[in-house]
Design a protein around this ligand. Structure first.
Ligand code: ZN
Ligand code: ZN
Length: 340
């Protein structure tokens, strides 16, 4: 099969490789579309270490091509998505009910083992979710980030009537926006550097948008909230600077969720007194523990709209260009998909 193999930092090659052989408890999925995630870009740039060579791609949709002998709940040709994280089930954390995210032996398709920038991917059947036939498989490729965002909104603890600021209007920020609205936010403020993204935020439900290259986001958010700041702020950029903005935009006694994944060696400078004085509740959000089923349900019910986030669709042969567009956000890129 054709696959994009990452040999080392920024060395991504399209190659013919062996189609994966499945075990009894696995299925082979013929890939329809795979999203380029910030995590893929981090790995590609060397900001997040993993073994190489590797086939990246953990946000994917497809159709079942083959099922293992022990699989009884799925059929060939089923349209599916799959949760990429594979916990071991027997380590300390797996037995402390934190299964599927703090696992000491956690494997993740497209992060630690071969993923979906390829024609086929294999994965345990237990990780696979069947989709309704009428859901677009391109939209379905965004179910994995949606599942992560559901975790973020759970962690942020948004309550009906809360004012919410979302720092960053990339694919994640725009999903968080829709989920925060569903969770009952009374006012949604979104910030970004790019007008095209902010325009989309408006379309998808933001009450106010702030271009941080034109005005100070913290001042603007304070102005919109009678000087208090929002009840909740979610950082969806992955940079210390954005975390500081989110922290300062949150009201005293408010809740800050650090959702974005900063580079592994980035450092956040903070005055502890500021945190003390605010009695902030700070949460983070790690992957998608037990949120995949909910993500499939909410997208199937059409209560979130992932389609507008897809700005580019490339063929697998164009993977280098696809990574360039996603990394540098060329042509107003939001979510970039790759299709074999
Ligand atoms: Zn991702
Ligand atoms: Zn484990």
């Amino acid at each position: 099969m054709k696959a994009a193999v990452l040999y080392r930092v920024r060395d991504l090659r399209l190659e013919d490789v062996m189609t994966p052989k499945i075990k009894d408890d696995e299925v082979l999925i013929r890939i329809h579309a795979t999203g380029i995630c910030g995590t893929d870009i981090h790995i590609y740039r060397g900001e997040w270490k993993t073994r190489m060579p590797i086939i990246l791609g953990h946000e994917f949709s497809g159709v079942i091509a083959e099922i293992g002998r022990g699989v009884s709940n799925l059929n060939v040709n089923d349209p599916v998505v799959a949760e990429p994280n594979i916990p071991c089930g027997s380590c300390y954390f797996c037995r402390m009910s934190k299964r599927n995210y703090f696992c000491e032996n956690l494997q993740a398709v497209g992060v630690t083992i071969n993923g979906a920038f390829a024609e086929y991917v294999k994965i345990k059947a237990a990780n696979v979710y069947r989709l309704p036939k009428d859901l677009s498989l391109e939209e379905a490729a965004l179910i994995e980030p949606l599942a992560c965002c559901i975790r973020g909104v759970d962690q942020a603890g948004i309550r009906i009537g809360d004012t919410v600021a979302i720092i960053g209007a990339g694919p994640i920020g725009l999903i968080l926006l829709q989920l925060a609205k569903l969770a009952g936010a009374s006012m949604l403020i979104q910030t970004d550097m790019e007008d095209a993204r902010l325009k989309m935020a408006r379309k998808l439900g933001a009450d106010y948008v702030i271009n941080i290259t034109e005005e100070d986001p913290v001042e603007a958010i304070k102005r919109l909230t009678n000087g208090y700041g929002t009840d909740v702020a979610i950082e969806a950029v992955g940079s210390p600077k954005a975390i500081t903005q989110a922290m300062r935009a949150t009201r005293r006694g408010g809740r800050l969720n650090i959702f974005g994944v900063s580079p592994q060696d980035a450092v956040w400078e903070v005055k502890p007194f500021e945190l003390y004085d605010k009695e902030l509740t700070i949460t983070t959000s790690y992957r998608s523990p037990f949120t995949f089923q909910r993500a499939v349900k909410i997208v199937s019910s059409r209560k979130v709209n992932l389609k507008p986030l897809i700005s580019h669709v490339f063929r697998l042969e164009e993977i280098q260009r696809a990574f360039e567009v996603a990394e540098k956000r060329l042509e107003d890129a939001v979510k970039v998909l790759v299709k074999p």
